[in-house]
Design a protein around this ligand. Structure first.
Ligand code: AMP
Length: 198
């Protein structure tokens, strides 16, 4: 893959309306990268936090955002008002599935338990050969240091194999996340053969 023009790339990120300015600025840098690459945002569809901010920045700069949201969140008007391409689903599980399929990769910005859960499910699916695209962790401000250490510890303790360290790519600056999507090779469906640490 040489270009992300017109490609859909998913971002998992915080919905918290109290998100600190440093992370909002990070989301702006990632939004700039989407515009520069001509990539399309796939996200949870929320109007608050990093989610709302990155979508606003991309749309206001002339880019494209696709929201995937459970109906119960639309019912309390959490849907982003500038996004016109929405898929509304019944459950969080359906949403997680749609955030994964038909995208060229996943990016995790800092966030709360929702972001962490989405990211870890993607890592688990990739370990099992059920998801083959790049997964980029944006370790802005060292936010994901404890998670990265935990994942590495899982390998050290033989709960995962050393090859599994290739499942995710870490960047420090949100501006670099789409370049990392481009430079990370797709995973092999044969990953299932090494899923179990023998
Ligand atoms: P969290 O990191 O806990 O804020 O959760 C963020 C993730 O959970 C997002 O990627 C969304 O898929 C989902 N989520 C959490 N809060 C919201 C919200 N207010 N609106 C839409 N989606 C949300």
């Amino acid at each position: 893959m040489k270009s992300l023009k017109g490609a859909r790339v998913t971002v998992y990120c915080a919905g918290s309306a109290k998100t600190k300015p440093i992370y909002l600025e990070g989301a702006e840098r990632l939004a700039d990268a989407y515009i520069a690459h001509g990539a399309e945002l796939v996200f949870g569809g929320g109007k608050t936090g990093l989610m709302g901010h990155i979508a606003t920045c991309i749309i206001e700069a002339g880019g494209v955002a696709h929201g995937v949201m459970p109906k119960f969140l639309k019912d309390i008007e959490m849907n982003h008002p500038l996004v016109d391409d929405f898929i509304f689903v019944d459950t969080m599980s359906e949403r997680k599935h749609l955030l994964l399929v038909n995208t060229e990769g996943l990016i995790a910005l800092p966030g709360g338990c929702g972001t962490l859960e989405e990211l870890l499910e993607a890592i688990t699916l990739k370990r099992l050969g059920q998801y083959l695209k790049p997964i980029v962790i944006v370790n802005q401000n060292g936010f994901y240091d404890p998670l990265i250490q935990m994942l590495e510890r899982m390998v050290e303790e033989d709960f995962m194999r050393p090859e599994h360290l290739q499942i995710w790519t870490v960047v420090q600056d949100p501006s670099d996340a789409l370049d990392a999507i481009l430079s990370t090779p797709d995973w092999s469906a044969d990953a299932l053969q090494m899923a179990v640490n023998k």
